[in-house]
Design a protein around this ligand. Sequence first.
Ligand code: GMT
Length: 378
Amino acid sequence: MKIGIVCYPTFGGSGVVATELGKGLAKIGHEVHFITYKQPSRLDFFSENLYYHEVDIKSYPLFEHAPYELALASKMVSVVKYEKLDLLHVHYAIPHASAAYMAKQILKTQGIQIPVVTTLHGTDITLVGKDPSYEPVVTFSINQSDGVTAVSEDLRKETYAFFDIQREIEVIPNFIDLERFKRQKKEHFKLAICPNGEKLLVHTSNFRKVKRVEDVIRVFYEVRKEIPSKLLLVGDGPERDKMERLCRELGTCDDVRFLGKLDAVEEVLSVADLFLMPSEKESFGLAALEAMACEVPILSSNAGGIPELNVDGVTGFVSEIGDIKYMKEKALYILDDANLPTFKKNALARAQEFDISNILPHYVAYYQKTIESTMAQI
Ligand code: GMT
C-alpha cells in the first residue's frame, strides 16, 4: 500500500507512535509518505520506502496566525494526487482530521477518492478537543473519517461519552520496538548516579500540568526518607521551573537530576529501578511502556488507559490520582530487594505483548478494511 502519515513531528507520544508506525510499515514493504511541518525527530535515516513532504506554512503580514491547517490540506492534496496514495492516516484529531476532510473533498472534485483514518491519541479528546472552541469541528471530522482508531479502550469510551460519534472506533494500542527498547548494560552509568547502591527512580514526560510532576517529586521525597535513593527527571516543559523550586524547598536537590530532553531515553531506563507516572490524564502511557520494555516496574495513577497497560500488583501498582501516601508505600514495596526482580520480569513480559510485530498487523488489516469499504461506497 501507499500510505500518507500526518502527525506532529515533535517528541510527543502521538508523533512517536506515528513515526514508528511509518517506519514499521516501510520495513514490511509499504510505501510511506510523511506529511509534516518538520522532519519527525525519529525519522533521521534513509529508507527506500520512506518519503518526507514538508508542509510549507507561508506567513503574510495580515495573518496574526499562519493558517497551518490550510497549508496542510493543500499539501495532502498534492501528495495524494502525485504520489497516488491509497490511504491517509492522520494522527491527533486537531487539526489533522479536519484538514484531511478538506483535502478529501478537494480531491473528490478531481475524481480522486482517498480513504482517511484518524487515530485519537489522548489530549485531542480528553482536553483540547472538549473545549467549546474546537468541539464541533472535532465531532464533525471524526464522524467524517472513513476509519477511526483510539489507543486504548478508555479513550474509546471517553470519546463516545463526550462527543456525538456515529461510527465505530477501533482500539489499536500503542506499541514498542523491543530491538531498541531493551535493558542495556550500563553499570558505569548506574555507578555514577548511584555510587552507594541507591535505588533509582525515573520519570519522563513533557512536564505539562497533566503529568503531575509534583507528585513524582513528593513521592520521591517520602521514599528517600526511608531508603537511599535518587531521582532522574527526563524531559522539559512548562512545569520545570516550578519543579526545580520544589526540589530546593524540600532539600532534595542533591539527589534529583533534571536531564532535559534526551533522545536515548532507553539508556536512562536501562539503569532505573522504578518508573513513576502519576498523570491526571493519560490515554495509554507510551512512556511507561518504554520503561517496561527496559525491565522497569511502574508506579502509576489510575488515569485513563494506564490500567490497561500497568497490571496492578503484577507489573507495578496503580494508585488513585494524587494519593502520595499510597504511592510511597507501594514504591517501597516494589523497591524491596525481595520483590524487585519479580516486578522487573513481569514488566518485561507485559511489554512484550505490545511489541510492534504484534500491533502492526492490526493497522495493516484496518487499512485494508477501510480501503475496501470506502471503495465499495463509490
Ligand atoms: O502525553 C503527552 O503529553 C503527549 C501526547 C501526544 O499527544 O503526543 O501523548 C498521548 O498520546 C500517546 C501516544 O498515543 C499516549 O501514549 C499518551 O498517553 C497520550 N497522552 C495523554 O493522554 C496525556
